[in-house]
Design a protein around this ligand. Structure first.
Ligand SMILES: [Zn+2]
Length: 453
């Protein structure tokens, strides 16, 4: 809708009304009685004990695997080729008899990933195209409702409930690109939500954003980490804190969050980040609970953690939902660091705990000796006075750190090089370039590493 000329040309009050109308329409479809039933259900299943949770997982797995074997051409063929039959799935360990699905397999299978007996509305989104294999993921209404229920359950962990005032700063182009003066936000009455543009957020506009959030006084936020981080760094640098009264937490997703980001947000806004890790295929979800631990969300999908040589684990996920386009044993490629399996979180949930999400599959620097170095956000955290940064790699022996200093400050370039070197080691030529802003992806995300080799 945002790209329509009629929206772009409308005055702010009319854009607000159009947003609300869209919000009401979406709510009717996506947050109706089916959604509310799912939310009630997942609010209950989060408290299942270990054994009951395993039983739930096995039942859901059996259901989706049986469905795929009967109705989805790709799985019919791949199961037959591997000599696998759904009858062999009698315990969770049996899942390993099923062949792993790679991005390449799914890309090549195309329409053969879709169920032949599917009815009802179809929703689609695209996977990230950075590996050159972007594909359309189609989902059914059940999958949409379930996803919403899980996202809302985590918002509840963060202190907000459906209907509460919330602020939204994600990849929506709600404010036309040529708008140069505030407001860089719109209001959806349907969702009781202040929708702010991440594309207009900069050191020059940060104060306007903060004042607008304070005036709206949201209970919680759903934001890109880079957006809330810019605001937090801006406030800490300016020696000011947030003056709103109701804010209880931010739900973040889609980008890497470090301990330093959490500390800065706590210092500036006086509340915590509840980070959520997911994927366009909706196979695996990992989210922060009230105790700050990352949990693998066991009632969302079946997640396998395959150990790698470097001590981390690769994530392989199976979606319990989306019978239109099932994803079974899908190798996401992302890596996580598990904790001791004997550890239980004080929140009381039986969901396994993850120490850290090490990195999304694309977010690494390649060293001349062939290593993949993840978590470059940690290096950026060690650069004093940084408002935003990005690591660019265009050749095998060189990286460039793009930096945006906080207002009224300067960045010591030698310190930036040292911070990068501490993470990357020797062998790479590191240069630093000051820029006015870090360009966002087409979804408005800030990628910590952009690698063109
Ligand atoms: Zn917990």
């Amino acid at each position: 809708m945002y790209s329509l000329p009629v929206y772009k040309r409308s005055p702010v009050w009319l854009q607000n009304m159009m947003l609300s109308a869209r919000g009401y329409g979406r709510r009717t479809l996506r947050e109706g009685s089916a959604f509310r039933r799912e939310l009630e259900e997942v609010e209950r299943t989060q408290w299942l004990g270990r054994v009951a949770m395993q039983r739930l997982q096995l039942e859901r797995l059996q259901k989706v695997v049986r469905h795929a074997a009967l109705h989805v051409p790709y799985y019919r063929e791949s199961f037959a080729a591997a000599g696998f039959s759904p009858d062999q799935l009698v315990a969770l360990e049996d899942v390993q008899r099923i062949p792993v699905l790679t991005k390449r397999n799914a890309f090549d299978a195309g329409e053969r990933m879709l169920a032949e007996n599917a009815l009802g509305p179809r929703f689609s989104n695209s996977t990230s195209g950075t590996t050159g294999m972007s594909m359309k993921v189609q989902r059914d209404l059940q999958s949409i409702n379930r996803e919403n229920a899980f996202v809302w359950r985590q918002c509840i962990w963060a202190g907000g409930r459906p209907g509460d005032r919330r602020v939204w700063i994600r990849g929506d182009k709600i404010v036309p690109a040529d708008v140069k003066a505030p407001p860089f936000w719109r209001y959806s009455k349907a969702d009781n939500m202040l929708m702010m543009s991440s594309y207009h957020l900069s050191e020059q506009s940060a104060e306007h954003y903060i004042r607008a959030i304070e005036a709206f006084d949201p209970v919680f936020g759903m934001v890109y980490p880079s957006a809330v981080l810019l605001l937090a760094r801006y406030m800490v640098n300016a020696g000011r804190t947030y003056r709103g009264k109701s804010l209880r937490g931010f739900m973040t997703s889609s980008e890497t969050v470090t301990d330093e980001h959490r500390r800065l947000v706590q210092e500036a806004f006086g509340c915590r980040i509840f980070d959520w890790y997911g994927s366009a295929e909706r196979v695996t979800a990992i989210g922060n609970c009230e105790h700050g631990n990352y949990h693998v969300i066991s009632d969302y999908g079946f997640t396998e953690l395959a150990p790698k040589e470097d001590g981390t684990c690769e994530v392989i996920g199976t979606s319990f939902d989306n019978f239109l386009m099932p994803w079974i044993r899908y190798r996401l490629g992302d890596s996580i660091m598990p904790v001791d399996p004997g550890y239980t979180c004080p929140c009381g949930r039986a969901f396994p705990v993850v120490k850290q999400i090490v990195g999304r599959v694309e977010d690494y620097v390649l060293t001349p000796d062939g290593r993949h170095v993840f978590m470059m956000s940690n290096a950026l955290d060690h650069i004093p006075n940084l408002l935003e940064g990005q690591v660019r790699q265009d050749s095998v022996d060189e990286v460039q750190i793009l930096i945006v200093p906080a207002p009224g400050t300067q960045i010591d370039k030698a310190a930036a090089v040292a911070a990068a070197k501490a993470q990357l080691g020797e062998g790479l030529l590191i240069s630093v370039r000051e820029v006015a802003e870090i360009p966002r992806t087409s979804n408005g995300k800030l990628r910590v590493v952009v690698r063109t080799i």
